[in-house]
Design a protein around this ligand. Structure first.
Ligand SMILES: [Zn+2]
Length: 235
């Protein structure tokens, strides 16, 4: 999971991460920045310095990752703006070669409210392709073709986001909520993303059919796919 800011993985994909770790799988979160300038308004208003804010956001994100059972790495590349560079892409290639992910989660490629999110996505995608190249000089074996899922942006309609995959996160939602509560710097988001999970849960039930016995309080996360699904059976 590659994200621009320290809090992004919690709001958008904590359920997917908790599901993976509850199955005993490894989950790694890479935060390109701490979201220190653009997503820490509360701390700025409280008169904190830039370095203090970075430390606060780092600790919060580490606590949230621990709640989800995920590893987390911060590249401290700065935000607002997150500047794309070949050096950052190379660092991501090394993460891919080290982790060898079965699945990649990142931001959608469009977000007219936040240029850092598409920048992170572009670098995540470029690094994935480079990591596949046998001739690219980085430790480890060339990467296979892990599917890429875009997680839901804050204003989905403006980002061209349409739920294509609805992931049932009901069994782990309490962990997602606890992870959200590790981020008091963005407390205004807790209820918003709880409500969104309920709304996506209603859509999940509707698309799963009315008679499958899904729990009444089903909650979900929505994703889009970048590449085609590969399968030998349609259903
Ligand atoms: Zn963000």
């Amino acid at each position: 999971m590659i994200s621009a800011h320290a809090g992004d993985f919690v709001w958008r994909a904590a359920g997917a991460i908790a599901l993976a770790t509850s199955r005993g799988e490894r989950a790694k979160v890479v935060c390109l920045s701490y979201g220190e300038r653009g997503e820490s308004a509360k701390a700025w208003r409280a008169g904190r310095t830039l370095e203090e804010i970075k430390a606060i956001r780092r600790e919060e994100a580490e606590n949230a990752a621990a709640e989800l059972g995920a590893e987390i790495e911060f590249l401290d590349a700065g935000d607002y703006p997150l500047v794309e560079s070949q050096e950052l892409v190379d660092r991501l290639v090394r993460v891919y070669r080290d982790v060898v992910p079965d699945v990649v989660l990142t931001h959608p490629l469009a977000d007219p409210y936040n240029g850092d999110h598409p920048a992170a996505a572009r670098m995540a995608l470029q690094a994935r392709v480079l990591a596949q190249a046998i001739g690219y000089e980085a430790p480890g074996e060339p990467l296979g073709a892990p599917p890429v899922f875009f997680f839901e942006p804050h204003q989905p309609e403006q980002c061209g986001f349409k739920p294509e995959v609805l992931l049932d996160i009901t069994p782990v939602f309490d962990r997602k909520r606890k992870a959200m509560e590790c981020l008091p710097a963005q407390q205004h988001m807790w209820d918003y993303y709880t409500d969104l999970a309920r709304r996506r849960g209603v859509q999940l039930k509707r698309n799963a059919g009315p008679n499958l016995g899904l729990a009444h309080d089903t909650v979900a996360e929505a994703y889009m796919r970048l590449y085609p699904q590969v399968t030998d059976v349609l259903s």
